[in-house]
Design a protein around this ligand. Structure first.
Ligand SMILES: [Zn+2]
Ligand SMILES: [Zn+2]
Ligand SMILES: [Zn+2]
Length: 499
């Protein structure tokens, strides 16, 4: 009887489990192992199924990916001419859970890899029930206690400590069969080594069998390269501090970014390295996406690459640039720009020298700028300008607003603009809307004592809320200050006993 043999090339799947997703990442790793293949040759090996392959290249792949040849080539053999009688499951029954195919959608097996023709093959070769969490799905590794999913692998590899078996300080992904206590890889009998090929530190390995720290170091160094093969000199402290971070996995996730800003940090770092982004605060105001740029700016300030500026001032300046660009009347834009730059920003800077600014100070500043713009627009609708504005206009504007808006917001916010306009001779002498602050009646003493008693003895409330409440009731501190308190601020001084 004739036998029909076949094989499946699984390079792409094994690469994916090691966090390598493109052929170009493999080229330098192959070169390190003395194999010079062009990017397109490697691409063909990754995307297609090669008919022949040198054993040297196969060995290099095994070394890079930390796997055996059997992981890369899955062979099949069956009697030729015999019709398959194996029961094939309907597509919607295959791939339990999230991967389940529904009629009309492309078959998940085909989306995962063209090498798997049927969902049944996908399930048989790539999915297992995880020995740790019991879920059925793609498995990342086969450990002595069974196949483990990616989540369980990551969680186990993060655990570091003294192994109860051998007493060494190592990663503890293994489980002692008797009592499921975490033990080191050596004592658990792990076949592949998890030591980094460069620094020998044990960790979850990435491309080229490198630990996360070495991978992060390489990636950041490559991004900050100024085109001469070395890191732009001003950015060396940034590289040093990023590589020294405690949780390097967070660093790598930050580089990759999350939706919708995938790769934002990578783009910004590359721009910095190449010198496309200047190392000034002004350059950072214009960068997008602003959240990623803001975080990078904070890092650069904390490492001394950029001069330190209050976070709220950075945020206000960035917002101001965009806001001013959106004002359509040139005269208004000019006045608002002067007001914002010479009055609002100066006041914020002065205040920042004394204390760190709160978000509410920043929102008040932008509120003042918005109120000024709104007032200028309202005046021009009445056929007036700031120079011809008279007391009747101020009163009419005031009368237009409701009680709440007048007292709490617009009137309050506009006052600063009017005072500035008069001081800089842009407006005639006017009486700005009075700033009335309504004060609530103070809490009666018995009620305050009763509330204090409830906070001190009420164990049903969260401790943080109780502490915050006691500070309010005893010291009348505003909430804006209390939310900035950390545990270190609240220290217990033992009372000295009098002799
Ligand atoms: Zn699991
Ligand atoms: Zn051990
Ligand atoms: Zn390493």
């Amino acid at each position: 009887m004739k036998r029909k043999v076949g094989y499946t090339w699984r390079l792409r799947e094994v690469m994916a489990t090691r966090g390598i997703f493109t052929a170009t990442e493999l080229v330098p790793l192959l070169q390190e192992r003395g194999i010079d293949l062009s990017a397109s040759q490697v691409h063909r090996l990754v995307s297609g199924t090669p008919e022949r392959l040198s054993l040297q290249v196969l060995s290099a792949f095994c070394d890079i990916l930390g796997c055996s040849p059997a992981d890369l080539v899955a062979t099949t053999a069956e009697n030729a001419g015999v019709r398959k009688t194996r029961h094939r499951r309907p597509p919607h029954a295959v791939g339990r859970g999230r991967e389940a195919a529904s009629p009309g959608r492309p078959d998940p097996a085909r989306r995962v890899s063209p090498a798997y023709r049927t969902p049944e093959q996908l399930e048989r070769w790539h999915k297992r029930t995880c020995a740790r969490c019991g879920r059925f799905g793609f498995f990342a590794a086969v450990w002595p206690d069974g196949p483990v999913c990616h989540t369980c692998e990551c969680r186990a590899m993060r655990l570091r400590g003294r192994c109860p078996e051998c007493g060494e300080h190592r990663i503890l992904p293994g489980l002692r069969p008797a009592d499921a206590v975490a033990i080191c890889t050596g004592c658990a009998g792990f076949r592949p080594s998890y030591a980094c090929s460069r620094c020998d530190q044990e960790s979850q390995l990435r491309a080229g069998r490198l630990c996360t720290r070495c991978t992060l170091s390489d990636r950041v160094a490559e991004l900050l390269d100024d085109g001469t093969g070395r890191i732009r000199p001003e950015l060396v402290p940034l590289h040093r501090m990023l590589v020294a971070m405690k949780n390097t996995r967070t660093g790598l996730s930050w580089l990759d970014g999350r939706l919708p800003n995938v790769g934002a940090a990578t783009r910004l770092l590359r721009g910095l390295g190449k010198g496309d982004i200047e190392l000034t605060h002004e350059a950072f105001h214009r960068l997008q996406p602003w959240r990623a740029a803001g975080h990078l700016r904070e890092l650069l300030m904390s490492y001394g690459v950029l001069p330190p500026v209050d976070k709220q001032i950075c945020s206000f300046e960035r917002w101001l640039g965009e806001y001013l660009a959106g004002i359509s009347v040139p005269d208004h834009e000019q006045i608002v720009r002067r007001f914002a730059t010479w009055e609002v920003l100066t006041r914020l800077r002065r205040r920042a020298t004394r204390e760190s600014l709160t978000p509410s100070a920043r929102y008040f500043a932008s509120g003042q700028v918005k109120a000024a713009t709104e007032f200028l627009g309202w005046l021009s609708d009445r056929g007036r300008t700031l120079g011809t504005c008279c007391q009747a206009d101020i009163d009419a504007w005031h009368a237009d607003r409701g009680e709440h808006e007048r007292n709490r917001l617009r009137g309050f916010l506009l006052r600063g603009f009017l005072l500035w306009a008069m001081a800089s001779k842009l407006a005639r002498p006017l009486r700005p809307p009075a700033q009335t602050v309504t004060r609530n009646a103070p809490l009666p003493e018995p009620e305050r004592i009763a509330l204090l008693g409830r906070l001190l003895s009420g164990h049903d409330l969260p401790l943080r809320s109780r502490v915050a409440g006691v500070i309010v009731l005893l010291y009348a501190q505003p909430l804006s200050r209390i939310v900035r308190l950390t545990v270190n601020w609240l220290c217990w001084l033992p009372r000295r006993v009098a002799p």
